[in-house]
Design a protein around this ligand. Structure first.
Ligand code: C2O
Ligand code: CU
Length: 495
């Protein structure tokens, strides 16, 4: 098959299966950082912008000279970036030309249940081919294409869209079904932050490639047995190549001024501990965080390093005026010692343009969800299933239609998550705020409105959440996509 497996421990002691590429891996920092194309609306009326995306197979060149058969949004990976406006409705028509059913979820989006990407709300292939809907899964399958309606009742934030096929999300996202969706608003636009080509989304993923360029994902190789690692892939699949916006270990030339980076970890299960090497020589903290999953923080926060679990977003400002001209600044991952310990680099030019940007002390007024006002507390245990392969929440492997929480719109609730190993926990429909962790208050990476939190091994944490606007059926789940596919998901409803 042209690739191989090994057991690994990531820097945090978490087991996963590392798939070792059979393909020749290029040296780092040769490819320029690609910027995903921005998708223009096909038409607009007074209140709505209309977009169209075709999901189709395409050969994509990730490694130099190799063509990798991929599943894509409009032929590229990452898919095109949607940029929508808070207060305006967006309708995105997805046409399915792939050979299997798909489901689209706008991660971090606030929208009615029928546009949320519930696992049963599939788009079946338009050519009437083979695969049909599993009738045991509740939902509303459609053939050929579906209109996803996003009302735009949310503030500016870095969202992303990706496939959500039940039991196959790990495989479909790995093959390329992921893209950015940025929401903009007047508040964010009015701040003196870096804009335009200095406001850059970074989608970080890890992948492995067989010698012929094909993706080396375990479930893509039928009947593959993994010597010595029986069922360990249930713990998550780790690649040995880091792609940023689809390019392996890319380089970005930067001038000596500020840049805004919207960092998204879109990897199936890999966590990253991001740092700059060398750190800024002035000794001040490296990263200024201005936003999280759900948009701007109330005030900026600084970090030496940032731990990013799958699906989390960190909106940061880096100031390259702090470096001498000609410095190569590497963005490294301290949680790995192999080549995934390197992510990308910034090559600092000798240009020092006048920088009119600034990071205000006050970014936004963020409503505080006071846990003492909560009307209900719910407990969710994320763990491996007793004895059986797979993963569960409160002992239940995912059964669509089995509801673990019935919530009332407008009620403030506390949700407590407890775990055995790392689980990035994601809740659909509304953002939440972390109120505490079992070792104290919210952690350094918990600030602001979140939709995904890094639940740490043998820890408990509590978030305050209030569902609003849309009654219906939604899901929450682990965003380690192999855990999700192996059952670590549950339904909740809102009325
Ligand atoms: Cu990003 Cu339910 O997922
Ligand atoms: Cu998990």
């Amino acid at each position: 098959t042209g690739f191989s497996f090994g057991r690994v421990l990531d820097g945090s002691g978490e087991p996963g299966v590392l798939v070792r590429s059979g393909a020749h891996l290029p040296p780092a920092f040769r490819r320029p950082l690609p910027i995903p194309p921005v998708l223009r609306p096909t038409r607009s009326d007074t209140a709505t912008d209309y977009y169209e995306i075709t999901q189709r197979a395409a050969d994509v060149e990730y490694l130099p000279g190799l063509r990798t058969p991929s599943w894509t949004y409009n032929g590229s990976f990452p898919g095109p970036t949607l940029i929508t406006r808070s207060g305006r409705r967006a309708v995105v028509t997805h046409r399915n030309e792939l050979p299997r059913p798909v489901v689209v979820h706008l991660h971090g989006g606030h929208m009615p249940a029928d546009s949320d990407g519930y696992p049963g709300d599939t788009i079946l292939p338009g050519d009437g081919s083979s695969v049909s809907h599993d009738m045991s899964v509740p939902g509303n399958p459609v053939v050929g294409s579906r209109d996803y309606v996003y009302p735009g009742k949310q503030r500016a934030a870095t969202l992303w869209y990706h496939d959500h096929s039940m039991g196959f999300t790990g495989a479909t996202v790995y093959r390329g079904l992921a893209g950015f969706h940025l929401v903009r608003d007047d508040e964010d636009d009015a701040l003196p932050l870096p804009k335009g080509d200095r406001d850059i989304p970074l989608m970080i993923t890890d992948r492995s490639f067989a010698a012929d360029g094909q993706f080396a994902y375990p479930s893509l190789a039928p009947n593959l047995t993994v010597p010595g690692v029986t069922d360990d892939h249930l713990n998550g699949v780790l690649g040995d190549v880091v792609l940023v916006n689809g390019a392996p270990w890319p380089a970005l030339p930067v001038d000596r001024q500020r840049y805004r980076f919207r960092i998204l970890n879109a990897s199936n299960c890999r966590r990253y501990g991001l740092r700059l090497d060398p750190p800024p020589p002035d000794g001040d903290p490296t990263f200024t965080q201005i936003g999280s999953d759900g948009g701007l923080l109330s005030r900026p926060l600084t970090h030496e390093s940032i731990d990013v679990a799958p699906a989390e977003r960190f909106d940061v400002v880096l100031d390259f005026a702090r470096y001498a001209p000609g410095t190569r600044v590497r963005l490294v991952n301290t949680l790995a010692t192999d080549r995934t310990g390197e992510v990308m680099c910034f090559d600092v030019s000798d240009r020092t343009p006048q920088d009119t940007t600034a990071i205000p002390d006050e970014l936004s007024s963020v409503e505080y969800l006071d846990p003492r006002q909560a009307v209900r507390t719910r407990e969710f245990l994320f763990q491996s299933q007793n004895g059986d392969p797979g993963w569960s929440i409160n002992g239940e492997p995912y059964t669509p239609g089995t509801v673990l929480a019935h919530s009332r719109l407008g009620d403030l609730e506390l949700w407590r998550f407890t775990s055995d190993v790392h689980h990035p926990v994601h809740v659909h429909l509304n953002h939440f705020q972390v109120t505490r962790r079992s070792n104290g208050g919210p952690g350094p990476y918990d600030a602001g409105w979140k939709d995904t939190v890094d639940l740490l091994p043998a820890q408990a944490m509590e978030v305050a959440i209030r569902f609003t606007d849309y009654p219906g059926r939604f899901v929450f789940h682990c965003h380690n996509l192999e855990h999700e596919d192996m059952g670590m998901m549950a339904d909740f409803t809102t009325i």
